[in-house]
Design a protein around this ligand. Structure first.
Ligand code: ZN
Length: 246
């Protein structure tokens, strides 16, 4: 039975690197912003340069953030998130690489230093000039009081959620650590990602080339399925607990 074999690789293996995409968060009720019916298909994409250059674009960007924030703020981790916490408690989890910006892995109990957020986090808002941080809740409050594109209260610089926007490069240090985690694990567990955009498309292959087993859990097919040792097209919150032995 496939599931038993995959479980054996995880429980008997030394080290797991996890990789998660939107699929694990949709099971916590957070919409998939990139899906055909997602928020982004109705909203205009505001590129980083537009955000930097135009107040109108900044206001539109923040309007979209305000629209999506309550769903993220109010979501709770699901059994899929908890499965990674179990691996961490057993000292098996090298790193949890995620494309998600909702912070659910940390809220499920994973230590922040295990979580590599490729696209940043939406729970924090950073001044692009002096790098001072405020919480998204504070930004949300200021916007609802009429400050439509909030500015830093220390230096009047532009405030922006600490996420990676379209047109912005991924953080180099996070990418570097992600590659290292892929190359040093015995199992690479890719969950809820279509594995199409970089670096999601190449990290599982890096792991394979370094000798790891590749396990993919995703509702739909991915281009990397044919390289995987095990593929599960089931609910993440059902399969993951079984895979880690909860
Ligand atoms: Zn500032």
């Amino acid at each position: 039975m496939n599931l038993d074999q995959a479980k054996h690789w995880i429980t008997a293996g030394k080290s797991v690197t996890g990789f998660t995409g939107a699929g694990i968060s949709t099971e916590s009720g957070i919409p998939d912003f990139r899906s055909p019916n997602g928020v982004w298909s109705r909203n205009r994409t505001v590129y980083f340069q537009e955000f930097m250059n135009n107040e109108t674009d900044r206001i539109e960007y923040w309007r979209q953030k305000v629209e999506s924030w309550p769903a993220m703020r109010d979501a709770s981790p699901n059994p899929g998130h908890i499965a990674f916490v179990k691996l961490a408690r057993e000292h098996k989890l090298i790193a949890l690489i995620t494309q998600n910006i909702d912070g659910l892995h940390q809220r499920s109990g994973l230590k922040a230093d295990l979580v590599l957020e490729l696209h940043g986090t939406t729970s924090k808002v950073t001044c692009l000039t002096c790098r001072d941080d405020i919480s998204m809740d504070e930004a949300f409050e200021r916007i609802s009081q009429g400050e439509l594109a909030p500015k830093c209260r220390l230096c009047r610089g532009l405030l922006k959620p600490a996420t990676v926007s379209f047109g912005q490069t991924l953080p180099m240090n996070v990418l570097h650590e992600s590659r290292q985690a892929a190359q040093t694990c015995t199992v690479f567990l890719a969950v809820g990602s279509s594995l199409v955009v970089e670096p999601a498309a190449s990290l599982p292959l890096l792991a394979k080339q370094a000798g790891a087993k590749l396990i993919i859990v995703n509702q739909s097919k991915t281009p990397l399925d044919r390289f995987a040792d095990f593929v599960f097209r089931d609910n993440i919150s059902q399969v993951l607990p079984q895979l880690v032995g909860i």
